[in-house]
Design a protein around this ligand. Sequence first.
Ligand code: ATP
Length: 338
Amino acid sequence: MGAFIELDRVEKVFDVRKRTGFLKREVRRVRAVDSISFTVARGEMVGYIGPNGAGKSTTIKMLTGILTPSGGRLRVAGIDPSRERMRLAHRIGVVFGQRTTLWWDLPLIDSYRLMHRMYRIPDARYRENLDRLVELLGLGALLDVPVRQLSLGQRMRGDIAAALLHDPEVLYLDEPTIGLDVVSKARVREFLRELNAERGTTVLLTTHDLQDIEQLCSRVMVIDHGRLVYDGALAGLHEAGGGERTLVVDLARELPPIEAGPTARVVKVDGPRQWLAFPASESAAPLVARIAAEYPLVDLSVREPDIEAVIAKMLSSMGDASVPAPGRETVVPGAQSS
Ligand SMILES: Nc1ncnc2c1ncn2[C@@H]1O[C@H](COP(=O)(O)OP(=O)(O)OP(=O)(O)O)[C@@H](O)[C@H]1O
């Protein structure tokens, strides 16, 4: 089967007018997406990650047709999103972690009823989908509650159901687990896994949480300064990024740096607290056991590398040659106005 999402040298350039003096204005050209090409097959679950301002949201907005590319070719299910946004809307679902598509003052079920009409979902299909989503996402007791009274995790589940009522073939998720507690995160992830396995829904996921990717996506794409700098398995990204986790150890008192064996090293000491870096591919258990046996251990925790750190390491290990120059933001000659 051919590609379901196709981008061929897609670009998005914004011209931003900036005041630089009393009467002077300068036009700055920001290349938010800079010649990106990739394809996603039907049924794939792909992570789309990158530092702040890398161009992720701009890409998603072009994929939904909210923004028109400045250059290149883009197709979703054979449709050019910005030209046929409404036709495409029936085939895609979008969830933004930071915003809700639900009506704030209305009970949850009323938002769903409105969507039923907006998307002209056939009655039988609407009822069937609603029942299934309410069950899978545990929304039964929440349907009559106004959205503003829902917790963040409940609201997120409500939003995910809203995005899926019309049976979209592809789901774009922008930070779906942001701000959620551990239990809610697990629930959302479990649901997405089931959705993908049972319905074959294609999922494109933007997140700052590496565990979202670890638990959901076999493929991850990294975007930096508007360019695609990595496309492959998460393990490969860890390798390229040096792949280290951190063990944070609280000792009973201030002590010299812990000697923890050949693969771990102390990277920071602050009073009785010490930070040890160790390979992400290794279990923390032997390290913890050794420290517990030899030191007055009070508490400890393991920190996963954060996405920004992994990407930064990957970029520096690749060398500057493959990293786009920071000249993405350029002053447009002759565009000064007064
Ligand atoms: N409407 C706009 N007008 C001008 N510049 C914009 C506009 N939208 C985005 N940009 C710029 O384009 C670049 C990419 O922004 P984008 O929101 O796509 O990044 P992002 O990867 O989603 O970041 P974040 O993780 O912070 O959400 C940034 O430099 C941003 O300032």
